[in-house]
Design a protein around this ligand. Structure first.
Ligand SMILES: Nc1nc2c(ncn2[C@@H]2O[C@H](COP(=O)(O)OP(=O)(O)OP(=O)(O)O)[C@@H](O)[C@H]2O)c(=O)[nH]1
Length: 523
């Protein structure tokens, strides 16, 4: 729905510049272009993003200032041509998506809001050979459909394309055709000969990721699931503190055009409350405000441990280098001088937030699985119990432990053991709700808290996951092996503190282990 709108905005902005070729109209065009390109990147519409990015580079080279506009006629024609090429690609994509879209029926929603399943099309002349890979991907929640090279069709969403190049007479031409037909899809190639030129050719023809011949199955599964995982990213949040409502409005608009959630504040003295309530990923601070300077506000903020790492970017008309350096020394991360270039502002804000989020991830999440780490799982559980107490709702906690895991390490090696730990993490992420708490509590032990669920409801959900996990065939050498996990469930309000709940679930997990494993017991 957003794509046609963004395309229209871009064409409209270009039209305005063609009619009145002033610098500010060019800025508007560049902002709309940047907005569309970032949108395509976020949606992983790889081919379309590539085309948008090329046009953006062309436009940025012409950005200049008031004196450089209007741009020369021949350059204008060039830009016009590239813009219409991009527009045609987008229209083809939108047309293909809507004309072949299957009729959508409204069905009653599932009781638990499951994460959306990603569609994957598998294109190969030898589907049977890839059955184990397909099975693995299905187990982890991807919807896999097989397509023949001769039977390619359109889709409402941009599916992930897994393309087997084995046995193709002219893989490059086939790939180019696919890239053209599916401009928005991510293309992953299997069976690419491990040769520099052939890999380079596949990438040039439009492939995004190549797996050379002989890549082990677990490595392929891991990368595809990682790709799928990285799709889910919450919108960035920025708090703007500037005493001028006009300046705040301009900044807000520039950032919102890029999908960033913005809150503005004209009174710097209220910044601590706003930080607590809004929980931003970044602060944009005006340098000079009547009651308090930006540097003073930054120093006050940095007195609070919880806000020590939130990036602070100063906005000011100040061009004195010495003052800028001092401002950075006193708790800021970057300095942007007004009038700012909206594209530059967006790029700085996004890159700072990406780093900040990566830092937070490493602080609160487990590096092997991306799940919450031990400490954070407990903190989140405590907070969820408090919320359940306030709302008078229930909460179920499960402790899960992989069965005979020592034997896995001893028989297949530690790296395969790690792979199993990751696979159970993916399965849990795939099957549980966003609002559930999923943590790696210890080596092969996981904590799962389901706010709002009773013990029995948790049992139904987790028992399905248990059965599915037990069905997964983990490939090893030329064969495979299967595993299981056991779990113990306890519930709030029967146990009304985090530690008591964990102990109760752990106790029944022990009973599940003693009574034969591959089962779930309730406290
Ligand atoms: N590969 C790998 N192994 C781990 C990791 N953390 C813990 N382990 C191993 O997990 C195994 C846990 O074994 P045990 O606690 O004896 O239990 P088990 O073999 O799973 O048997 P039961 O729990 O009784 O079914 C140990 O061999 C640990 O070395 C990890 O991050 N990676």
């Amino acid at each position: 729905m957003d794509l046609p709108l963004k395309q229209q905005n871009l064409l409209r902005a270009w039209q305005s510049y063609r009619q009145t070729p002033r610098f500010d109209n060019f800025v508007e065009f560049a902002v709309m272009l940047n907005n569309l390109t970032e949108f395509l990147r976020d949606k992983n519409a790889v081919g379309l993003h590539r085309a948008g990015h090329q046009l953006e580079q062309q436009a940025l080279a012409l950005f200049g200032d008031e004196t450089t506009h209007p741009i020369a006629d021949n350059i204008l024609q060039n830009l016009d041509h590239s813009l219409h090429e991009l527009s045609r690609l987008i229209e083809d994509f939108i047309g293909a998506s809507t004309s072949h879209a299957p009729e959508r029926r409204i069905q009653p929603g599932p009781p638990l809001e499951l994460r959306r399943q990603r569609l994957l099309w598998f294109i190969s002349n030898d589907v049977a050979q890839w059955q184990p890979l397909q099975d693995q991907l299905r187990y982890f929640g991807l919807t896999v459909e097989n397509l023949a090279w001769t039977g390619l069709r359109s889709s409402e969403e941009a599916p992930l394309l897994l393309v087997d190049l084995a046995g193709l007479a002219d893989p490059q031409t086939s790939l180019r055709r696919i890239r053209q037909d599916y401009p928005a899809s991510q293309i992953i190639c299997l069976s690419v000969p491990s040769d520099f030129t052939l890999l380079q050719n596949a990438l040039r023809a439009g492939c995004d990721i190549c797996f050379p011949e002989g890549t082990p199955l677990p490595a392929i599964v891991t990368q595809i699931l990682d790709l799928n995982d990285s799709q889910e990213q919450e919108a960035f949040r920025v708090l703007v503190v500037d005493d001028s409502p006009t300046a705040s409005h301009v900044i807000k608009r520039a950032l919102e055009e890029n999908g960033i959630i913005v809150r503005t504040l004209t009174d710097p003295m209220a910044v601590l409350d706003a930080l607590h309530q809004f929980n931003p990923d970044l602060l944009l601070l005006d340098m000079y405000m009547p009651q308090c300077t930006g540097v003073e506000a930054a120093r006050v903020i940095r007195q609070h441990n919880e806000f020590l790492s939130v990036p602070i970017v100063y906005l000011s008309g100040e061009t004195d280098l010495g003052l800028q350096i001092d401002a950075l020394r006193l708790g800021g991360d970057h300095f942007l001088t007004k009038p700012f270039n909206p594209l530059f502002l967006n790029a700085i804000v996004k890159s700072k937030i990406e780093r900040y989020r990566a830092l937070r991830r490493s602080m609160y999440h487990d590096s092997l699985t991306g799940l919450l780490n031990h400490t954070t799982s407990k903190t989140r559980l405590d907070a969820a119990i408090e919320a359940a107490r306030r709302d008078g709702s229930s909460l179920a906690l499960a402790m899960l432990d992989i069965d005979h895991f020592k034997k896995v390490n001893d028989t297949y090696g530690h790296p395969i053991g790690d792979q199993i730990i990751r696979s159970i993490a993916w399965l849990l992420k795939q099957r549980l709700r966003r609002s559930d708490i999923i943590g790696r509590y210890g080596g092969e032990e996981f904590l799962v808290a389901l706010p709002g669920a009773t013990e029995m409801e948790a049992m139904v959900t987790l028992d399905q996951i248990r059965q599915d996990f037990a069905d997964i065939r983990h490939p090893y050498s030329s064969g495979h092996f299967q595993l299981s996990f056991s779990a113990g469930i306890a519930g709030f309000p029967a146990f009304d503190q985090g530690d008591a709940l964990i102990k109760a679930a752990d106790d029944v997990l022990y009973i599940a282990k003693r009574s034969g494993r591959n089962r779930i017991c309730i406290a």
